[in-house]
Design a binder for this molecule. Structure first.
Ligand SMILES: [Zn+2]
Length: 580
């Protein structure tokens, strides 16, 4: 059926439509809970298989974000204009190097000779190259024992005395002279990376670490781990205790190391929204969130068994959806902000801020013109309106810009932290870190989209958008300052309890969101919802008291721990384990 029209009705209809469009546009400038739900339910779905960096699931997530950036009108980070859909998506992706798989090659050999007899040690059983080991073939004519293999000039400690040569293999012990003391002087210098660096600068040809284990299967160094932090320049191998006894009698060592490290593509997703001011558009505000997660478990997982999909709805599909939503809102806003906005979805966060670290060293807009970085990591599980904001000590203006809000804010000064803002703070860029707190589903398969508090996440995003607008409204850029560093996270300690503290809770005692299965905390009888009020003779009022107490604990020693559970006060006993 045809409809009869005249010019007047067309005009009226056109006016009506344009005002409707204007209204729609106005409304769309608010963060939308239903859009967030749409993004998170996809990103955290089984289809993406937990988004472990380097896997097809993570790459699908990256392409999804790129598609949304394109739709929001962002320009690709690389500045190139592509036409074909595939090329358009690819232009938003910044590739960074990533080792996805480490395997033992076919050519590993370690032969000991004492002039007469020769013994071949078996890789896997008697010895193993480390995941970071260089691949080389060496004849080492001298074996030198150098204690723990630690060089720490600031402590006046040097296990490498004298001069060394490439013909030598340095043989060292695991650990440090301080044993298990978490406040030991050697916590840094005693780390594997520093021991490798010490051996390299001493000038030996290879580093051989004697395990405390009879069976290499129990030796963590023998697990072919690779942390994507760079290779050693020399072969680094670990040898079982029984094999080390044979080594003690040897005069010459022939060593061939062969570790296969397969690089796979990994991506940051970068989109730029150019500012409207001819001068200030050359300054950039970065808004970021990591999109990767833990895949099916492994390192970083708190699940009782490996193999299940870790959905990562809160960690960090929530931040990624927030990033997409902010890109849409700022892309639609007229007039545009004066300054340019750079939206970045980072990969490789869970394995140690790999993507953001790569970005700050290979920035797509000038780092010295990057005036602020705002990070969102786990913003989907707000409870009782509690919101944590980190980094408020990194610019003199932050506290004032944050101002009043409807949330119960827990502000912290520090610019360092366990997420991507840390990489920017290292480059002396003011940062803010938004976080709604941890929970019992943290790093478990059960971090699913149905548990997200979408309405409150939308409220958090409104606040982020408001702060971005206020940063942009000022004529002067933010004034960077060095923030007070707070006590190290519990993760930095050498003892392990297996508690999951609620960092957002600031009331008396330390509230536990959960305890890790089969951990010292679980064995002690601690439960989610318990409030820890005393450990040993430390009164625990907050997470800092707790961190302090944890720092003084020794593995294997029993401590009294007092908790409040409902109306009861319980006295339990806990024995921390050494962190591996
Ligand atoms: Zn995480």
């Amino acid at each position: 059926m045809a409809v009869k029209t005249n010019r007047f009705t067309i005009l009226v209809a056109a006016l009506l439509l344009s005002s409707l469009a204007a209204i729609a546009q106005q409304q769309s400038l608010e963060p939308s809970a239903s859009r967030l739900q749409q993004h998170i339910s996809y990103l955290a779905s089984d289809a993406l298989d937990g988004r472990r960096t380097g896997t097809p699931g993570a790459n699908d997530a990256a392409r999804y974000v790129a598609g949304e950036f394109s739709r929001a009108g962002l320009k690709p980070g690389d500045g190139k204009v592509a036409r074909k859909p595939r090329a358009i998506i690819a232009s938003y992706l910044q590739t960074f190097p990533y080792v996805g798989r480490v395997e033992l090659g076919k050519n590993n050999a370690l032969t000991l000779s004492n002039g007469e007899a020769i013994s071949n040690l078996r890789p896997g059983d008697d010895w193993m190259p480390l995941g970071i080991s260089a691949n080389q073939k060496l004849v080492l004519t001298e074996i030198v024992s150098v204690g723990y293999g630690i060089t720490a000039n600031e402590l006046n400690h040097n296990d490498y005395k004298g001069t060394y040569s490439k013909n030598q293999v340095a043989v060292i012990r695991t650990g440090t002279p301080d044993g298990d003391n978490p406040h030991g002087r050697f916590t840094t210098a005693g780390q594997l990376r520093f021991k490798v660096a010490a051996a390299q600068s001493a000038g030996v040809g290879a580093l051989l670490i004697i395990s405390n284990e009879d069976d290499l299967k129990n030796e963590p160094l023998a697990r072919l781990r690779y942390d994507n932090a760079g290779l050693a320049a020399i072969p680094v191998v670990v040898i079982s205790k029984p094999a080390a006894e044979k080594l003690a009698l040897a005069k010459e060592v022939t060593l061939t190391t062969d570790v296969v490290r397969a690089e796979v593509p990994a991506y940051n997703v970068v989109g730029v929204l150019e500012g409207s001011d001819p001068v200030l558009k050359n300054e950039y505000i970065v808004i970021g969130a990591h999109y990767d997660h833990l895949g099916r478990g492994g390192d970083g997982s708190l699940a009782p068994r490996a193999g299940e999909i870790h959905h990562g709805a809160d960690d960090n599909a929530s931040g990624t959806a927030g990033l997409i939503e902010l890109a849409r809102i700022f892309g639609a806003q007229r007039p545009k902000l004066k300054r340019s906005l750079v939206f970045i979805a980072f990969g490789g966060e869970e394995e140690g801020l790999l993507g953001s670290n790569y970005y700050v060293n290979h920035p797509l807009v000038p780092i010295d013109k990057t005036i602020a970085m705002i990070n969102m990591d786990m913003i989907g599980r707000m409870k009782d309106s509690k919101l944590m904001i980190g980094g408020v000590g990194t610019a003199t203006e932050w506290r004032q810009l944050i101002g009043q809000s409807d949330f119960t804010l827990a502000l912290s000064e520090d610019g360092y932290g366990p997420s991507d803002h840390s990489s920017f703070y290292i480059k002396r860029i003011p940062v803010l870190f938004f976080f709604t707190g941890t929970h019992t589903d943290y790093h478990k398969p059960s971090d699913t989209f149905d548990k997200i508090n979408y309405n409150d996440e939308a409220r958090v995003l409104s606040m982020v958008a408001r702060i971005v607008r206020d940063v942009d409204a000022a004529d002067k850029r933010l004034t960077y300052m060095t923030a007070k560093s707070e006590p190290p996270r519990t993760g930095g300690f050498r003892v392990y309890l297996g508690t999951i503290p609620n960092y957002a809770d600031t009331t008396d005692g330390l509230l536990l969101d959960g305890v890790r299965d089969d951990s010292p905390a679980a064995k002690a009888g601690l439960k989610a919802g318990d409030r820890v009020v005393k450990i040993g003779n430390h009164d625990i009022k907050n997470v800092y008291d707790y961190t302090q107490a944890l720092g003084e604990m020794k593995a294997g020693q029993e401590y009294v721990i007092e908790v409040v559970r409902g109306t009861e006060r319980l006295t339990l006993k806990i024995t921390p384990e050494a962190r591996k």
